[in-house]
Design a protein around this ligand. Structure first.
Ligand code: CA
Length: 263
């Protein structure tokens, strides 16, 4: 039986199909409504990994379409609405970074989770800079993959969220259109900046520390990433506040964290 250990998966193929059924059931039991009926595009040219991803995504009740080529992956990504795109970086014909960049240039904001054997800091930063929502270096464990997928799918607007539109001072935050306006000006936010803003606005007045925000908006907890929250808050302030040094909306609660001004 061929082991997938070398690819970073701590399971053999037989585990995946039989022995680990209880683990899969346990992970799937945690799948909540947002993953139901989610449509996931997996662009991955390594058949073993693609099959494994598909198996675990189906356990989350997602429907899965696989593509093993970069050009066809881009075509599929642009051609249909998806809940999530899982994108390998090294692909035949078109690199994953290029796919992600072209998607975002076209205005497509589908959440993208990048998978890659490259794990250097610069690749991670490049991945996030071209508009990927999250980045998972290979090797990674199944539980981590599922946690990231669930976090990204949780960010899809529910029916209730779809109707939400908040007017706060001179800001209008429209969850359905994922649009923010200040006065008559549309403010360009990255996908993650928008999610962070939406989370804080939805919970106006409540204080969150950086670890909580990382967990709620990014879907994972890791001390070494907490500075990411601060840098996103700073960027949001620069875009939304008329005086970022004296914020009116995104308030710091010293020694604790951040809150959005009550409205
Ligand atoms: Ca590859």
């Amino acid at each position: 039986m061929r082991s997938l250990e070398t690819r970073g998966w701590s399971m053999t193929r037989s585990d995946v199909h039989a022995g680990s059924a209880s683990v899969r059931r346990m992970l799937a039991a945690n799948a909540m409504t947002p993953t139901n009926l989610a449509r996931v595009l997996v662009v991955e040219d390594e058949a073993d990994i693609a099959a494994l991803l598909e198996l675990h995504l189906r356990d989350l009740h997602a429907s899965v379409t696989r593509c093993d080529d970069g050009l066809r992956g881009l075509e599929a990504a642009l051609g249909q609405p998806w809940s999530l795109i899982v994108l390998d970086l090294s692909l035949p014909h078109l690199d994953g970074l290029e796919i992600c960049a072209r998607l975002r240039l076209s205005g497509n904001r589908t959440p993208v989770l990048i998978l890659t054997a490259r794990s250097s800091e610069s690749d991670r930063v490049i991945g996030l800079n071209v508009g990927a929502d999250d980045y998972l270096p290979k090797p990674f464990g199944v539980a981590e993959f599922i946690a990231r997928v669930r976090a990204l799918l949780r960010r899809l607007p529910t029916n209730e969220d779809n109707l939400q539109r908040w007017r706060i001072g001179d800001l209008v935050v429209d969850a359905m259109r994922r649009d923010v306006q200040r006065g008559h000006e549309h403010i360009a936010l990255t996908s993650r900046e928008f999610d962070l803003l939406c989370f804080l606005v939805r919970n106006s007045g409540k204080v969150f520390n950086r670890a909580q925000l990382l967990n709620e908006v990014w879907g994972f907890s890791n001390d070494s990433y907490e500075h990411t929250v601060s840098s996103h808050i700073n960027r949001l302030r620069a875009k939304l506040e008329s005086d970022p040094a004296r914020p009116r909306y995104l308030l710091t609660v010293w020694g604790v964290g951040y809150r959005f001004a009550e409205h």
